[in-house]
Design a protein around this ligand. Structure first.
Ligand SMILES: [Zn+2]
Ligand SMILES: [Zn+2]
Length: 308
């Protein structure tokens, strides 16, 4: 449906995947989000959640009539940054291994390295059996900057990158626009916060960021009026106050609530759950956050949010 705009979370665990039975209601896979806007599909991050999504994409592709498959499969992946919990699944992402796939990957330069170089480094032997260049698909990997708008105009076509000051009104109603900026509230080299805008609705993905005193005003401004803000909420207040995790680049639900209120978002999703936290613990953190911002959900793996 052309008007459909939804966000589905395939991995909401931070730092490393877990499989303990008392953590599986919220899920054990690491960061991966699917954004579907009309005919466009964009994936954010390649944590272990991307593995299952990749299998689904391949099955959907094979179920299509043959004439629709003649141009091959096109997959779009945005990277927030390249810590392990956001890249670990890429080596097991089935579409990347298919010769009929084109994978567009966009994300930040890090430490003077192009994204292509960093993605390649994440799969180098002796740490991984297959190198990026041997994965079979055609890969188009591009750096992006704060000043860029990434534009998806027609499904199956490559993303366009325009400068933020350029007029994009010529592109019509069905265009998905993605804005971004780099936050430095995550070690080392920061992390990209993305905003997806489609037919007047907005989704902001604020993973891997640590709150500031008085609230992260820059993020609040960027997320103003968003229909959904997903925000890092890895630690509880006691863990954070103890000092042991300060500076690690992650927030508490209280920090997420502060931004949600300042930005006047409709709904807040707490993500990047600590791998040590059980389902019960996350429920407690969700309940506490709801006292500050009632429309808060601790996001579960597989959960889908329709932006209406
Ligand atoms: Zn992370
Ligand atoms: Zn990180």
């Amino acid at each position: 449906m052309a008007d459909e705009f939804y966000v589905k979370f395939w991995g909401v665990r931070g730092s490393y995947p877990v499989s303990d039975p008392d953590k599986l209601e919220f899920g054990g896979n690491t960061s991966c989000v699917e954004v579907v806007a009309g005919d466009h599909r964009v994936i954010v991050d390649a944590g272990t959640g991307i593995i299952k999504l990749g299998q689904q994409i391949i099955s959907e592709y094979h179920a299509r009539p043959e004439d629709e498959r003649k141009n091959g499969l096109v997959v779009n992946l945005l990277m927030t940054h390249t810590h392990h919990d956001h890249t670990l699944g890429f080596g097991f992402f089935a579409p990347a291994f298919s010769i009929s796939t084109t994978v567009h990957i966009l994300g930040p330069r890090m430490f003077a390295h192009d994204l292509e170089e960093i993605m390649s480094m994440s799969m180098l032997p002796p740490f991984f059996p297959v190198q990026l260049e041997d994965t079979g698909s055609m890969k188009v990997i591009q750096n992006i900057n704060d000043s860029d708008i990434i534009i998806f105009e027609k499904a199956g076509e490559p993303p366009l990158i325009r400068h933020r000051n350029e007029d994009t009104n010529d592109l019509g109603d069905d265009v998905l626009r993605i804005y971004n900026y780099r936050t430095y509230a995550h070690p080392q080299g920061g992390n990209i916060i993305y905003k997806f805008v489609y037919r007047g609705r907005k989704f902001v993905h604020g993973t891997d960021t640590e709150g500031y005193y008085g609230g992260d005003a820059r993020l609040a401004k960027f997320a103003t009026g968003a229909d959904l803000l997903s925000h890092d909420a890895q630690y509880d207040d006691e863990e954070y106050a103890s000092g042991a995790v300060q500076g690690f680049g992650h927030s508490t639900p209280g920090m997420a609530v502060e931004v949600a209120k300042m930005a006047g978002v409709k709904q807040l999703g707490l993500i990047h759950h600590d791998p040590r936290h059980t389902d019960d613990k996350i429920y407690q953190m969700e309940a506490k956050a709801r006292k500050g911002f009632p429309d808060t959900v601790a996001v579960r793996e597989g959960q889908r949010f329709d932006l209406l």
